[in-house]
Design a binder for this molecule. Structure first.
Ligand code: AMP
Length: 435
C-alpha cells in the first residue's frame, strides 16, 4: 500500500464546518477595512530571502530560526513570507506608488509561514490580516491605524480588549535606552538565558521581547535588582517623539479607545520608530497576543527607497477564530436553502431548473439518480429549509410542490412561477443559517 500522507507539522486543513467561521471572520474584516477606505494589496507568498533578512533583521528569531528558506531550480535564494509588511513596502517601491498620491492606505490578508514550535494558537502556516498607512508622519495616522485595529476586533465580537502602547522613539533614543538596559541587567546577566545574554550584546531591547516565562517574570517584578525598577523608554524619548506620543495618546483618549502604556513593549529593530502597540486576550495563555503594530519610518529607506514614513498593524486570524469558537461567537455551517427532488420523468427538467435556480439560490440535488425516498432522506439530512418536488403528474400539469421541511406544510406552485415564488421569499436568498 502506498504510504498515507499527513498535512506537514504545524499546518492544518480547514474543512467545511470550520471554514464558515473563517469566511465570516474574513468577510467582516473586509467590510471594516473597506469602510475605512483602505485598498487591498496582494503580494507573492515568497520573496527574496534578503528582503526579509533586511526588514525583520538578521538577528531576529524570525530570520535566524523560523524562516522557510529555499533555493528554487534557478538557484535563487527565496523564502516563504513570515509577515506582510516587507512585501507591501517592496511593492510600494517597485511600482513607484509614491508618485501616485502622497498617502496610501493599504490592507492585505493571507497565509504567512514561520518554522516555530507548534502549540496552541501557534502554527507554521497561519493567516494574518494587516493594514498600513504609508506616506505620513502625522500622529493621526497612528490613531487611525489603532482605531481600525480595535474596530476590527469589535466587529469580530471582541469589544473590550485593551491596547498596550509605547513609544520606541528614534534609533538614537533607542541606543540610549539600550545602554540603560545593559546597565540595569548587567548584575544579573548570568541569570538570563543564553539567547538573552547574546541579545544584551547585539540588541538589548530584544531582551524585553523574551518569550521565556521565568525571564518575563524577572523583568516584571519591580525591584528584583539592586538597581531598582526597569528603566523606561518614555524617560529617554527625544522631544519630537514625546510630542508625537502625547498626540497619539490624546487621539486615543478622544476616540474613547481604552489603552495603557506598556513600558516593556518594544520593537527591537532600527526601522521601528515611535509608536508600538499590541492587543492581548489573556485567556489564550502564553500565546495571548492577538496582534500588534507600530510605526516604521526607517523601513522603506532601508529597502533603498526615499525616506518614507509608515505605520501599520497585523493580526493573526487563527487565534481570532479560536477565541470566537471558544466564546461560541461562531457562524454556523452553510446549508442549502432548497433541495430539489426529481423523479425519472422529470430528471432532465430538474437539471435545467437547478442550474437556472443556482444563479440566485443555494440548491442541493441528488447526483446519483436514486429513488424518491432516498432523495427525501437526503433532503432531510442536507439541512435545507425547503423541498421542491418535481413529481411527474404535477409537472405534466405545469406544477411543482414546495414543502417547508420544518413544519411539513406544502403547497402547489405553477412551474413557470417557481423562480419568482422563491425570489419573493427572502429566506431563500440567505445561504448561511445560524444553527
Ligand atoms: P508578529 O508579526 O509576530 O507581530 O505577529 C502578529 C500576529 O500574528 C500575532 O499577534 C499573532 O496573532 C499572529 N501570529 C504570529 N505568529 C503566529 C503563529 N506562528 N501562529 C499563529 N499566529 C501567529
Amino acid at each position: 500500500m502506498a504510504p498515507r500522507h499527513q498535512a506537514p507539522r504545524g499546518t492544518r486543513d480547514l474543512l467545511p464546518g470550520e471554514i464558515e467561521r473563517w469566511q465570516r471572520v474574513e468577510e467582516l474584516a473586509r467590510g471594516v477595512v473597506e469602510r475605512y477606505g483602505y485598498r487591498e494589496i496582494r503580494t507573492p507568498i515568497f520573496e527574496d530571502y534578503e528582503l526579509f533578512a533586511r526588514t525583520s533583521g538578521e538577528s531576529s528569531d524570525v530570520v535566524q530560526k523560523e524562516m522557510y528558506r529555499f533555493q528554487d531550480l534557478g538557484e535563487r535564494d527565496l523564502a516563504l513570507r513570515p509577515e506582510g509588511t516587507a512585501g507591501v513596502c517592496r511593492a510600494y517601491l517597485e511600482h513607484g506608488m509614491a508618485g501616485h498620491g502622497r498617502i496610501h492606505r493599504l490592507w492585505y490578508m493571507g497565509p504567512m509561514f514561520r518554522y516555530g514550535r507548534p502549540q496552541k494558537g501557534r502554527f507554521r502556516q497561519f493567516w494574518q490580516i494587516g493594514a498600513e498607512v504609508i506616506g505620513t508622519e502625522a500622529p493621526g495616522a497612528d490613531v487611525e491605524i489603532i482605531a481600525l485595529f480595535v474596530d476590527l476586533f469589535a466587529t469580530w465580537g471582541m469589544p473590550d480588549l485593551t491596547v498596550a502602547v509605547n513609544s520606541v522613539g528614534t534609533p538614537e533614543s533607542r541606543r540610549t535606552y539600550g545602554r540603560l538596559l545593559v546597565d540595569w541587567l548587567g548584575p544579573v546577566r548570568d541569570k538570563l538565558s543564553p539567547d538573552s545574554q547574546r541579545r544584551l550584546e547585539t540588541n538589548p531591547l530584544r531582551v524585553l521581547d523574551t518569550k521565556d516565562p521565568d525571564e518575563q517574570a524577572l523583568l516584571q517584578s519591580e525591584g528584583w535588582l539592586a538597581s531598582g525598577a526597569m528603566p523606561r523608554m518614555i524617560d529617554v524619548l527625544d522631544d519630537d517623539s514625546r510630542k508625537h506620543f502625547d498626540a497619539v495618546l490624546a487621539g486615543l483618549t478622544q476616540l474613547g479607545i481604552p489603552h495603557e502604556i506598556d513600558h516593556g513593549l518594544v520593537r527591537g529593530l532600527d526601522y521601528y520608530t515611535r509608536t508600538a502597540f499590541e492587543v492581548h486576550d489573556r485567556s489564550l495563555g502564553a500565546q495571548s497576543a492577538l496582534g500588534g503594530g507600530g510605526r516604521y519610518d526607517g523601513l522603506i529607506e532601508a529597502l533603498g527607497g526615499p525616506s518614507t514614513p509608515g505605520v501599520g498593524f497585523s493580526t493573526g486570524l487563527d487565534r481570532t477564530v479560536m477565541v470566537l469558537e471558544e466564546r461560541k461567537l461562531a457562524a454556523g455551517a452553510s446549508k442549502p436553502a432548497i433541495y430539489v427532488a426529481a423523479m425519472d420523468g422529470t430528471r432532465n427538467e430538474a437539471l435545467m431548473l437547478v442550474r437556472q435556480l443556482r444563479r440566485r439560490f443555494t440548491i442541493d440535488v441528488d447526483l446519483e439518480v436514486r429513488g424518491l425516498s432516498a432523495q427525501m432522506k437526503a433532503a432531510g439530512k442536507s439541512g435545507a429549509a425547503w423541498l421542491l418536488l418535481l413529481g411527474e403528474e404535477e409537472w405534466k400539469k405545469g406544477e411543482a410542490v414546495l414543502r417547508d421541511l420544518g413544519s411539513g406544510e406544502q403547497r402547489t406552485i405553477a412551474r413557470d412561477r417557481i423562480e419568482d415564488e422563491l425570489g419573493t421569499r427572502t429566506e431563500f436568498t440567505a445561504t448561511r443559517g445560524n444553527a
